[in-house]
Design a protein around this ligand. Structure first.
Ligand SMILES: Cc1cc2nc3c(=O)[nH]c(=O)nc-3n(C[C@H](O)[C@H](O)[C@H](O)COP(=O)(O)OP(=O)(O)OC[C@H]3O[C@@H](n4cnc5c(N)ncnc54)[C@H](O)[C@@H]3O)c2cc1C
Length: 464
C-alpha cells in the first residue's frame, strides 16, 4: 500500500502537495548529542523542543518508514487532555497534589499544541471545541453523571459539566441522547498535517531526520541500524506499538489495533441536524471505546476498538484492516446519525497503539545509561506526546549537564515503570479476553439495564 492509503489524513496531505517521499536514510556512522528513535509525534516533539531550547545541539531522528507513519498519522485527531489513568486513580496512587499537577499539565498541553501549530504555521485544522461524552441509556446516563460529580468533588480538574438532554441536543444531533458530560479540554485536528508539518519544522531547525532507517537495537550510547550507528549520550525510544519488536523491550507494551472509517464531506443539510459546529469531538459512555470528530472539510471521522490482538505482538499491514470491524463502525455511526447513508463512507484504515501492562503511560531517562523513553499512551497519545517531548527535553538537558530538575520532570508519570506483559500464549489469551469482555459488558448493560458486572471486575486492570 502507498503511504497515501494509510489514512484519510495521509490522503489529504498528499492532496495538499506532500509527495510523501522518504527522506535520505542513515548512511554510515554519525555522532550526535541526542538520538531519537521513532519519527512520530513523541520523537518529533522531543526533537522540536530540544532544538528550540539549544540550537547548538546535534539531534538525530531515526524513522523506520516516513515521519508520521505510525499512529501519529492515522489517529482520531482528538488532541485531548485524557490520560489513560483516571484522575481519581492518580489521586489514590500519588496523592492529590501530584495528581492535580499531572491533570493541569495535560490540560495545558491541549493549548500548547495549538499555540505551537499557530506559531510554526502548521495548518492542522486545530479547533478547541471540547468533548461530548453522550449518554444514550439510563445506565450510561448514571455513569456519566457520576463522572461529573466525582470530578466536581476533586475541584473539577477534568473540567466536566453535565448537559441535559436538551442542552446536549443543541450541540449534537445524535439519536436517543439522554444527556452528556462535557469537557472543554480537547481540540480536534488533522493529525497527519500536524506530524508532517512538525517534521518539516524540526528539519528547518537543523535536526537530522533519517527515514527508512529502522534501528535494530538501542544500547547505552548508541542506536544501531543496518546502514550505520548513531553515537549519542542520550538515546530516546519513541517507537510506541513497535517497542514490542525491539530486543529487550518485547513485553513492555502490547500493540492493540484501533480502526477508523470516514465519510465524504457531508452537505449543510446534514450538519443542520448533526451540529458539532464548534469542532466538538464526541463519544458515548459504552465500554468498547468509540470516538469521532467533524473534520474541517465537514466529514465525519469515526473510530473504535474491537480488532483482535495478534499472537506474538505481531504488527503487519494486514492488521490495519478488518472488514468486520469497519462494518461495525459504519453501522454504529449510522445508528448515531441516522441521516447517514451506506454510500457516504469513503475511507477505512487502522493502526497499532501501545498498551503497557498497567495501562499507565510513562516518560523517563535512566541516568546510568542515558537511555530514555516515552509511550504506553493507550489511545490517548496525541496531546500526551507533546508533554512527553517537553519532559524529554528537560530530562535530556539534565543528562547532558545543560539543565536541572523542572516542574515537568517531577510529574508523577516520570520514571514510572510498568510491569512486563506475560509471555505467550497467556498474553494472547488475556488481551483478547479483555477486549471481548468490553463488548460483552455493553451487551450485558443493554440486556440487564444495570451497570455491567464484567466491566466493574475489569476496571482495576484498565487503570480506573
Ligand atoms: C486508529 C487510531 C486512533 C487513535 N486516536 C487517537 C485520538 O483520537 N487521540 C489520541 O490522543 N490518541 C489517539 N491514538 C493514539 C495516538 O495516535 C498515539 O498514542 C500517538 O500517535 C503515539 O505517538 P508516537 O510518536 O509515540 O508513536 P507512533 O506515532 O506510533 O510512532 C512511532 C514511530 O516509530 C517508528 N519506528 C518503529 N520502530 C522503529 C525502529 N526500530 N527504528 C526507527 N523507527 C521505528 C514507526 O515507523 C513510527 O513512525 C490513536 C491511535 C490509533 C492507531
Amino acid at each position: 500500500m502507498s503511504h497515501r492509503g494509510l489514512s484519510l489524513w495521509f490522503d489529504q496531505v498528499a492532496e495538499d502537495g506532500d509527495p510523501l517521499r522518504p527522506r535520505r536514510p542513515l548512511d554510515g556512522d554519525f555522532d550526535a548529542d541526542v538520538c531519537i528513535v521513532g519519527g512520530g509525534l513523541t520523537g518529533l516533539w522531543t526533537a522540536y523542543y530540544l532544538a528550540r531550547a539549544r540550537p547548538d545541539l546535534r539531534i538525530v531522528v531515526l524513522e523506520a518508514r516516513i515521519a508520521g507513519f505510525g499512529a501519529s498519522g492515522r489517529n482520531g485527531g482528538w488532541c485531548s487532555a485524557l490520560f489513560p489513568v483516571t484522575t481519581g486513580a492518580l489521586v489514590r496512587r500519588y496523592g492529590a497534589e501530584a495528581a492535580l499537577a499531572m491533570r493541569a499539565a495535560m490540560n495545558d498541553t491541549v493549548r500548547e499544541v495549538g499555540d505551537v501549530a499557530a506559531a510554526e504555521e502548521i495548518a492542522c485544522d486545530y479547533r478547541r471545541g471540547g468533548t461530548l461524552y453522550l449518554a444514550r441509556t439510563t445506565v450510561q446516563r448514571d455513569r456519566a453523571r457520576a463522572g461529573v460529580e466525582d470530578d466536581e468533588a476533586l475541584g473539577s480538574p477534568d473540567g466536566l459539566t453535565w448537559l441535559s438532554a436538551t442542552e446536549a441536543a443543541e450541540q449534537v444531533g445524535v439519536a436517543g441522547v439522554l444527556g452528556a458530560a462535557y469537557t472543554p479540554h480537547c481540540a480536534r485536528l488533522q493529525p497527519a498535517r500536524l506530524v508532517r508539518g512538525l517534521a518539516r519544522v524540526v528539519e528547518g531547525r537543523g535536526v537530522s531526520l533519517f527515514e527508512e532507517s529502522p534501528a535494530l537495537r538501542l544500547e547505552p550510547g548508541r542506536a544501531v541500524t543496518s546502514t550505520g550507528t548513531v553515537h549519542a549520550k542520550v538515546v530516546v525510544r519513541a517507537t510506541e506499538a513497535w517497542t514490542a519488536r525491539l530486543p529487550g523491550s518485547r513485553r513492555d507494551v502490547v500493540p492493540v489495533y484501533s480502526l477508523m472509517v470516514a465519510t465524504r464531506p457531508l452537505p449543510q443539510s446534514f450538519w443542520d441536524v448533526a451540529g458539532l459546529a464548534r469542532g466538538q469531538t464526541f463519544t458515548d459512555e459504552r465500554h468498547l471505546i468509540i470516538y469521532g470528530q467533524r473534520t474541517a472539510d465537514d466529514r465525519l471521522a469515526f473510530g473504535g476498538r474491537g480488532a483482535p490482538y495478534h499472537f506474538g505482538s505481531t504488527i503487519a499491514p494486514a492488521n490495519d484492516r478488518s472488514e468486520r470491524v469497519f462494518a461495525k463502525l459504519r453501522l454504529t455511526l449510522r445508528e448515531l446519525f441516522p441521516g447517514l447513508s451506506r454510500d457516504d463512507f469513503t475511507h477505512a484504515w487502522g493502526g497499532p497503539l501501545g498498551i503497557p501492562r498497567d495501562w499507565h503511560a510513562s516518560v523517563g531517562l535512566d541516568p546510568a545509561t542515558g537511555l530514555a523513553w516515552a509511550g504506553g499512551y493507550v489511545g490517548d497519545g496525541l496531546a500526551t506526546t507533546n508533554l512527553a517531548g517537553r519532559t524529554l527535553r528537560d530530562l535530556s538537558l539534565r543528562q547532558l549537564g545543560l539543565g536541572a530538575e523542572t516542574s515537568l520532570t517531577t510529574l508523577p508519570w516520570v520514571d514510572h515503570r510498568s510491569p512486563q506483559w506475560e509471555p505467550e500464549p497467556l498474553r494472547w489469551l488475556g488481551v483478547n479476553a479483555g477486549l471481548l469482555a468490553m463488548s460483552t459488558a455493553d451487551a450485558e448493560e443493554r440486556l440487564t439495564r444495570h451497570p455491567s458486572v464484567t466491566a466493574r471486575l475489569l476496571a482495576p486492570l484498565l487503570g480506573h
